[in-house]
Design a protein. Structure first.
Length: 235
């Protein structure tokens, strides 16, 4: 397993954005808009997050991690961008939420906490690492038997390039320029192959549609751009 599965440029990029994570009008605004839909989807496929030992892989400043904690999960977040983890820890204190944050690689954490989590989420992270299959495998190791796993990423096709990079980064400025590299986008078939190779079962796929004018998001059957993959670790 690759224990150095990190792109220094990606860490630098997200470290520089650390102070913007919790500004709902700033450079992370789109994540604030889609976060309620992400949480609702996770809560649905996990048959409720309350009381679950939940892990947020690639947690950034903790938007999803805090939402899981606020919904009653025993939440842990991991990320390799130390400034983002610092922001996440400080914000959790202000919010009065108990969240366990670690600045650690997923593969390394899997060696420390194998089988610990009933819910493992890895959202908008796989397209930012050199070896996403290794992250999927580590997530499988971290999951307890019977656990729910949720991945999300961007499909690799011309429509996704046009919407996620040309539109979102350059025309509309929804996210900072340089956030995404089209070559690192992941087709659902590729992600499903990695999930099965990690010993997990693919349960389903759902798309996420974002309206930049209304600043709203909803689930969709269209997985051509943003999509979720719901997996399960066999009991």
């Amino acid at each position: 397993m690759n224990t150095s599965n990190v792109d220094p440029a990606e860490i630098h990029h997200f470290s520089a954005l650390a102070d913007h994570w919790w500004d709902p009008q700033g450079e992370m605004a789109t994540l604030h808009h889609i976060n309620p839909v992400r949480l609702a989807y996770i809560d649905d496929v996990a048959a409720g997050v309350r009381g679950r030992r939940a892990l947020d892989v690639g947690c950034g400043g903790g938007l999803l991690t805090e939402a899981l904690a606020a919904a009653g999960a025993d939440a842990t977040g991991i990320d390799l961008a130390a400034p983002s983890i610092d922001v996440a820890r400080r914000h959790a204190v202000v919010a009065g939420l108990k969240v366990d944050y670690h600045c650690v690689a997923t593969e390394a954490f899997a060696r420390e906490a194998a089988g610990r989590f009933e819910l493992v989420c890895c959202l908008e992270m796989l397209e930012h690492v050199p070896d996403p299959a290794a992250v999927v495998s580590a997530c499988a190791t971290l999951a307890a038997p019977g656990a729910t796993l949720v991945f999300s990423t961007l499909n690799r096709n011309p429509k996704a390039f046009a919407m996620a990079i040309v539109g979102a980064e350059y025309l509309l400025g929804l996210i900072p320029r340089g956030t995404h590299d089209f070559a690192q986008f992941i087709r659902p078939s590729e992600l499903a192959e990695w999930v099965r190779a990690a010993g997990l079962e693919v349960v389903g796929l759902r798309g996420l549609h974002y309206n930049p004018l209304l600043k709203t998001a909803r689930l969709s059957d269209d997985v051509s751009v943003n999509y979720f993959l719901h997996a399960r670790k066999p009991s």
